[in-house]
Ligand binder design. Sequence first.
Ligand code: BTN
Length: 241
Amino acid sequence: MRIIKLNATDSTNRFLRNLSLETPVKDFTTVVTNDQTKGRGQMGTSWQSQPSQNLTFSVYKQFGAVRFEDQFKISMVVSLAIVKVLERINIPKLSIKWPNDILSANKKICGVLIENVIKQNRIESSIVGVGLNVNQIKYDNLPQASSLKSITGVHYDLDEILQLILNQLKTEMAFIENDTFAIQETYEEYLFRKEKPSTFEKAEGLFSGIIKGVSKEGLLKVMVEDQILETFDLKTIKLLY
Ligand code: BTN
């Protein structure tokens, strides 16, 4: 596995994408930086990470036959790989907030941004970007954020955790091109607020419902007040609590 370590870069996702456009890149080539100055988050947000305290990295993966409709499988597999590693190092109360935020004790410790190259309805390759809060203990203006150290009091070695995650990603990603049911079932076991009354925000205002799971395409299944099962896209709703 080739690991490119950068002292600073704007975004490891952007760096790796550009690299892959310039030169052939092997699967699991990884770019990691101590200081990501313009980290990208989901839905056009930014990702802030204190230099040298956390993991900010991106991994390249090429696919043979993953259909565009199956892109959520990649997302589930990546979240599960990270959760399994965190479980192994005894991080408590892990859950996955749809689609792929990783929480411990209801606080966000990890965000994932997957950027795909799609050709003729197939996912040709993905850049899997991971921001894992490891040793940072102060989060200005981010009350819902936390880190491994904030939760356990332990100081972690960043390289060791990176290696564990990369190994796990390698193992789990082998299942992407088959095995949808098992992946979805395990993902739903970790799904944050599953079967609990929750409040969501959409353009028309707030509504409440009970999260029942996810569809194959990655839509969130919610039982709304009138006992009807509806599915929602990430762009249309936000889970508040
Ligand atoms: C989110 O929760 O909104 C996703 C955050 C993803 C952040 C990671 S950090 C490494 C990689 N490079 C980026 O620019 N973003 C991802």
